[in-house]
Design a protein around this ligand. Structure first.
Ligand code: ZN
Length: 230
């Protein structure tokens, strides 16, 4: 793999990757870490490939600038919980406590990221279990289990065995968005597809959902900006 640096403010490293099946050159910017990868067919010379990257420099810079900044969670940082900004603050005692504007975290500051993450995952699980129980009751079908993960590609899924999976980061979103994702996955217990019959089930057990889907499309990606020291 070759690398080329586009000089500027900031310098941008472009990694060249060869792909025998590629028909043309493509640029990709990782949403995770902002890494820029240029994929090129073997027939294109390295010089030509990096010439292409230089031509696309304005596009690369505008996309990098639009990427949400990473927020490292620690004392003093701010994270949304059910869409309400909470500042991470030191506290005495044992348990983490959310006040509505602050998340009070006792213990040594260096343990705060891990403790905040644990708190958010537990709270996410609570809310998702409550929502899934509610919608499964309305649907009249039971799920076999719930797991909470940190997935980037999807907010939830439903296996053919009736096992539901969700991203814990839904706890950062407005509560109605978390409830919609729960209803969506529960509705898959009845319809393992996205047919009109599936969407009719979602509407029946949940009600209108356009606003929540739109929120996930426009704001969802920003929920991945929070890091917890790992
Ligand atoms: Zn689905």
């Amino acid at each position: 793999m070759a690398e080329h640096v586009l000089q500027g403010d900031p310098d941008i490293a472009v990694t060249l990757r060869r792909n025998a099946r590629a028909r043309r050159m493509t640029l990709r910017i990782s949403q995770l870490d902002g890494r820029v990868t240029l994929t090129a067919p073997p027939s294109v010379s390295t010089r030509e490939a990096f010439g292409f990257a230089r031509e696309k420099e304005p596009w690369i810079r505008s996309h990098l600038a639009a990427r949400p900044d990473v927020v490292e969670i620690g004392m003093g940082s701010v994270i949304p919980i059910e869409a309400q900004p909470h500042v991470i603050a030191p506290a005495t005692g044992r348990a983490i406590r959310a006040t509505g504007t602050a998340l009070e975290v006792p213990g040594r500051p260096e343990t705060a990221p891990r403790r905040v993450l644990g708190y958010l995952k537990a709270r996410s699980r609570d809310r998702l279990v409550a929502a899934c129980d509610h919608y499964a009751g309305r649907l009249g079908l039971a799920y076999s289990g719930i797991s909470i993960r940190d997935t980037r590609s999807r907010w939830g899924s439903c296996s053919s065995a009736g096992r539901l999976m969700f991203s814990w980061r839904l706890i950062l979103a407005p509560p109605e968005v978390l409830r919609y994702v729960a209803a969506h996955e529960v509705a898959h217990l009845a319809q393992m597809n996205h047919s009109p019959a599936f969407w009719a089930e979602v509407t029946r057990i949940h009600g209108p959902y356009d606003g929540m889907r739109r929120w996930l499309r426009t704001e969802g990606n920003a929920l991945h900006r929070y890091r917890f020291g790992d």
